[in-house]
Design a protein around this ligand. Structure first.
Ligand code: MG
Length: 379
């Protein structure tokens, strides 16, 4: 039995992790939430963790009184998240929080020797060189939860150490596939929040619509698999059945397929190297009839080019890209900017914030702050 912590337990990945717990042999030692106290109380009573971390301090006090009849400890703030992520009995930390807030608890967990089931892509986008180096030094595994990166990880099982030629990173194309940049000037929030295949949180759904999600995943893949950005090809695959593929130097392509349901990659990260029966039904290929593949339209989706630029530059440009994007997506969700302004604001932040080739954790946090400040100053 493995002891796990779920950071971000009330979000989309967090709740889907809890949904598969009865299929796998794990105990949840701690959970963390941002502000959703009602759900946190329900999860705490269901899972009996020893610690619940609530990022928001006032909400933590509220949960404490709600759980007064239990022996569950409620902690708060970033210190609370870090305490949850480093509990001595824990083997794996599932980092399912959204955004930059995941960086410090992930680093603390690595320092404490915990394996990471990584669902928080921002951690690698912003601080890939720091995180991967430290994981290697501490001998901890970074187990990808993102479906594409799990697919690549699965394709590499049995590769016998043979080198990756290219990674084929698949993308659904989102709700605006086939639209021009001009047409995207008129799309609404409701349209952007309607993903054709995947059921996900609001931030990542908007990122999928702008294809920034694929850009962030390209940077994530570069760090996870130690490949150059030009060795990662983005392939639009509308059906989301092939979750990504690896092309080896002899031209042979190994792909991983499955229904688009995050419970499968979550489960594999937690049971690796074992495979166990899963609630997700297998993909029924004959009923699918066909699978289609397209090159992405980089003109219509400028986020892809911005991410390639950040990937090639490394340094603090990933943190700037990500911070500006988080700020811009938040403004879009508040109806304060139009959809097409998201990549425009990101680009302006990338042009404005000073580039730093070598970065510390403080540089990452500062670059994130400066990128958000640029976006706020422009709106
Ligand atoms: Mg993904």
């Amino acid at each position: 039995m493995k002891n796990i912590v779920i950071l971000g337990s009330t979000g989309s990945i967090g709740t889907q992790t809890i949904d598969i717990l009865d299929s796998i042999d794990v105990k949840v030692c701690a959970i963390s939430v941002n502000t959703n106290i009602a759900r946190a109380e329900q999860q705490a009573r269901q899972l009996h963790p020893s610690v619940v971390a609530v990022y928001h301090a006032e909400k933590a006090a509220e949960l404490k009184s709600r759980l007064a009849d239990t022996d569950i400890r409620v902690v708060s703030g970033m210190d609370g998240l870090i305490e949850a992520a480093t509990l001595p009995e824990v083997d794996i930390v599932v980092t399912a929080v959204v955004g930059m807030v995941g960086l410090l608890p992930t680093l603390a967990a690595i320092d404490a020797g915990k394996d990471i089931a990584l669902a928080n892509k921002e951690t690698l986008v912003c601080a890939g060189q720091i995180v991967m180096k430290r994981a290697q030094e501490k001998g901890v595994a970074i187990l990808p939860v993102d479906s594409e990166h799990s697919a690549i990880f699965q394709c590499l099982q049995g590769a016998g150490g043979n080198k990756i030629g290219h990674i084929l990173l698949t993308a659904s194309g989102g709700p605006f596939f086939g639209m021009s940049r001009e047409q995207m000037r008129h799309v609404t929030k409701e349209q952007a929040l309607h993903h054709p295949n995947w059921n996900m949180g609001a931030k990542i759904t908007i990122d999928s619509a702008s294809m920034m999600n694929k850009g962030l995943e390209l940077i994530e893949a570069m760090w996870l698999y130690d490949v150059e950005p030009e060795d990662i090809d983005i392939v639009v695959h509308r059906e989301s059945v092939v979750h990504s593929a690896v092309e080896f130097v002899d031209g042979s392509v190994i792909a991983q397929m499955g229904n688009p349901d995050m419970r499968l990659p979550i489960q594999y990260a937690l049971t690796y190297p074992k495979r166990l029966p899963c609630k997700v039904p297998p993909v029924d290929l004959p009923r699918r009839h066909s699978l289609t593949f397209f090159a992405p339209d980089e003109e219509a989706f400028p986020a892809l080019g911005l991410a390639r630029r950040a990937a090639a530059a490394r340094g603090n440009l990933g943190a700037v890209l990500n911070g500006a994007n988080e700020a811009a997506v938040a403004l879009f969700l508040q109806d304060r900017i139009a959809f097409h302004q998201i990549p425009e604001l990101v680009e302006q932040a990338m042009d404005s914030v000073n580039y730093m080739p070598d970065i510390t954790v403080d540089d990452v946090l500062e670059s994130d702050r400066m990128a958000r400040a640029v976006v706020d100053s422009l709106v």
